[in-house]
Design a protein around this ligand. Structure first.
Ligand SMILES: *Cc1c(COP(=O)(O)O)cnc(C)c1O
Length: 384
């Protein structure tokens, strides 16, 4: 590590607690160095409890969980899946793994998540063109709950199964119910930059015992119930290792604490950045019933009030050894999805053009936060 990296402020680095190593140590001591064992069962039980669901399967990544979730909902070659454009590519890549096509839907400005009006427009248009989408992939970006009542009502009206990508929303709630538990299937990620991490990992949750069994089957090479190696279906090798699940068990003990700290960090930025010219802390208000885990604090610049662009701001903070990242680049603007249907697009394109993610790691101190605020102030007041 270069010496200057000691004081680098990262966007959202892993933040370990005290017990991860105990679980890992025990796994090695007991020779549970396999994708099976007590840490896996324990980690899954912890997730069930936190998400308020009956079943959980720990997997090698959130992406793998989305892939299996789509297969469980019957998505196959030639199908269409409704999906927000404003998300990380990991939401939509598994649609392609299934040989299906995403149908992108714009965001609404209040939660940045899928716009219910655009969703209805998309549904009616796809049906009019002769094909009803097979499933709805719903994302809660940056931990902020999507417009669940409207979207679930639409899904029910059109008899559309919902796969909830709650990769960024572990610990967020709507009407006291944990996100990830609203769909037929829910997905979490434990990647290195998420609110909790296993270094890499994911989970699929459901209340349906048959879907849980099917997930375990597909995640372990789809081995038929026979002593010899017999297979009638395509399977995958998607289980999480018992070692990494040990890190997960230690992390899950900290969920409430970590959500509390992310929310404090958001509150700190909101208070201390209130008077910077042309800058607003984004997603400031939570809709009634919504409680965000505030995974990342994001800002928006107003070009009518400042000539500073998000990219200039990002580069300035980089000179202060502070890592910021642009918002997710909308998928309908990606070369990969050039020919993919899109309903609307102006809302998420505008957010992308004006937004930036600030360092939001839970280990940040007051002094760290002040460093970010001062760097933002320099950039905006000295107008680069
Ligand atoms: C991180 C993330 C994923 C994928 O999770 P991995 O564990 O990295 O595979 C999926 N969707 C969203 C919105 C994410 O942020």
């Amino acid at each position: 590590m270069r010496s200057q990296d000691y004081d680098r402020l990262y966007l959202s680095p892993p933040h370990l607690g005290r017990h991860e190593l105990n679980y890992v140590h025990k796994a090695i001591e007991d020779n549970w160095v396999a994708p099976a064992g007590p840490n896996l069962a324990g980690f899954e039980a912890d997730i069930c409890q936190a998400a308020g669901v009956a079943h959980c399967v720990a997997l090698s990544s959130g992406t793998a969980a989305i892939h299996l979730g789509l297969l469980l909902l019957g998505v196959g070659p030639g199908d269409e899946v409704l999906c927000p454009s404003f998300t990380f590519v990991a939401t939509a890549n598994p649609i392609l793994y299934c040989g299906a096509t995403p149908v992108f839907v714009d965001s609404e400005a209040e939660t940045w998540n899928m716009c219910p009006q655009r969703l209805r427009e998309a549904l009616d248009d796809r049906i009019a063109r002769g094909k009803k989408p097979k499933a709805l992939l719903l994302v809660h970006l940056y931990g902020m709950p999507a417009r669940l009542p409207e979207i679930l009502a639409l899904a029910a009206e059109y008899a559309l199964p919902v796969l909830e990508d709650a990769a960024e929303a572990l610990g967020s709630r709507f009407d006291e119910q944990p996100l990830g538990s609203f769909g037929t299937v829910g997905v979490f990620s434990f990647n290195g930059n998420k609110i909790l991490t296993t270094s890499g990992g994911g989970a699929l949750v459901t209340n349906d015992a048959a879907l849980d069994r099917q997930t375990r089957f597909l995640a372990t090479q789809a081995k038929d119930d026979a002593p010899h190696y017999q297979h009638s279906e395509v399977g995958y090798n998607y289980r999480l290792s018992n070692i990494l699940a040990g890190i997960g068990r230690g992390q899950m003990e900290l969920l409430d604490e970590r959500v509390k700290r992310r929310r404090e960090i958001f509150g700190w930025y909101r208070k201390h950045l209130a008077n910077l010219p042309g800058l607003t802390v984004a997603l400031a208000e939570e809709r009634p019933g919504s409680r965000s885990n505030r995974w990342l604090t994001t800002i928006l610049l107003n070009p009518d009030e400042t000539a500073v662009t998000p990219e200039a701001l990002r580069r300035h903070l980089e000179t202060r050894n502070i890592e910021c990242r642009p918002l997710w680049k909308p998928l309908h603007l990606q070369p990969l999805f050039e020919h993919t249907p899109m309903y609307g697009g102006a809302v998420c394109a505008d957010l992308f053009a004006r937004g930036l993610c600030l360092p939001s790691g839970t280990a940040m101190t007051e002094a760290d936060l002040r460093r970010v605020a001062e760097a933002l102030q320099e950039a905006l007041q000295e107008a680069l």
